[in-house]
Design a protein around this ligand. Structure first.
Ligand SMILES: *[C@@H]1O[C@H](CO)[C@@H](O)[C@H](O)[C@H]1NC(C)=O
Ligand SMILES: *[C@@H]1O[C@H](CO)[C@@H](O)[C@H](O)[C@H]1NC(C)=O
Length: 324
């Protein structure tokens, strides 16, 4: 009797296997809408895009024509074009002035303050124009809806992707480090400033009373930025998304935060289970140096060399002022 049931069992396994092979859904890549930010944000995002592309996912990227780093043509993605009347030359001029102000000290910083405020106004105006363009182009909106994307991958520093994800009702994955002037942790996790140093304060998680007071002042500068900027975006949310929305709650509802940091660099702080720390994800196995560089490094002898990098906006940095 044991024997017959074994044969029966094998038969049913066979039938189930054939059934599964014939009727299981085909497994294919996702259809991902990407709204990146420019500059170093994009050099990071590109590493993720390369990985997603190599796994067979289809990527569509929204790119405004004021982009620096986001190529229009790429084998990784197709682009949706957003025309922009802005010319980012003003940003290079800003960097030069900011650096000069940093070198010259506080008085100079105050002197340039109106210019800094006008720069930030320009940047946010540019981003808000992008949002107006997308939501007022009905052809584009219909194309976005019809494309039936599986998820939105965007940067927590930008808002177009957030509002679009809400509008298209897409799961939201954020590539994060900053939200305006604040570390994104301030958006999704309790961040008591009595032991969480605000970026730029230079403090650690162990502060005395006066340092804590200064930490609160640093936080209030960052929050002032939020209070000036965020209502403008919330108004766009109200205008374009049915039933309204606000930027902070869209972010708090995000499905996954890919966080570009690691606790090796940061002090302990509360976090959330949907945060994945991907700090160091850009690192690749070491490669031999080009011969010319290798000779240079070897010529330094036992003293070695120091590498200093200027970040993604280096062509705009006034290197001559730094050399002084
Ligand atoms: C971007 O597109 C707009 C409108 O098509 C155009 O006026 C502008 O000159 C373009 N800017 C750049 C940097 O290509
Ligand atoms: C609206 O979007 C469509 C599709 O992306 C594009 O072909 C068209 O030129 C856009 N219209 C305007 C006025 O920019």
């Amino acid at each position: 009797m044991g024997n017959t049931s074994w044969i029966d069992l094998k038969g049913s396994y066979f039938i189930i296997s054939v059934f599964l092979v014939c009727f299981a859904p085909a497994c294919d890549g996702g259809n991902i809408l990407v709204c990146p930010l420019d500059g170093s944000h994009f050099t990071n995002m590109k590493v993720l895009l390369e990985e997603l592309h190599s796994h067979g996912h289809k990527l569509t990227l929204m790119r405004s024509n004021h982009s620096w780093y986001i190529e229009e043509q790429s084998h990784l993605y197709s682009t949706i074009h957003i025309p922009s009347k802005f010319d980012l030359k003003f940003f290079g001029v800003f960097l030069e002035k900011q650096l000069q102000a940093q070198i010259e000290g506080l008085a100079s910083l105050l002197f340039f303050a109106p210019e800094f405020i006008s720069l930030f106004k320009n940047i946010h105006q540019m981003w808000q124009d992008d949002i107006h363009y997308v939501f007022n182009n009905k052809t584009l909106l219909k194309e976005l809806k019809d494309a039936k994307y599986d998820l939105m991958l965007t940067d927590s520093g930008g808002t177009l992707g957030l509002i679009l994800a809400k509008y298209l009702n897409l799961p939201l994955v954020l590539n994060a480090r900053w939200f305006n002037a604040l570390d994104s942790h301030f958006v999704f996790a309790p961040s008591p400033v009595s032991y969480i140093p605000v970026t730029g304060s230079g403090f650690t998680d162990k502060m005395d009373f006066f340092q804590r007071v200064q930490n609160v002042i640093h936080l209030s500068f960052a929050l002032a930025h939020e209070y000036l900027v965020i209502p403008g975006y919330n108004a766009l949310c109200e205008k374009y998304v049915q039933d309204g929305c606000d930027i902070a709650s869209i972010m708090q509802d995000a499905d996954i935060w890919l966080f570009r940091s690691d606790f090796v660099f940061d002090f302990p702080r509360p976090t959330m289970p949907n945060v994945v720390y991907i700090g160091g994800f850009q690192c690749k196995p070491a490669q031999p140096l080009p011969a010319e560089l290798e000779d240079f490094v070897q010529s330094a002898g036992e003293h070695g060399v120091i590498i200093m990098t200027m970040g993604s906006l280096s062509t705009d940095y006034p290197v001559h002022s730094l050399m002084k």
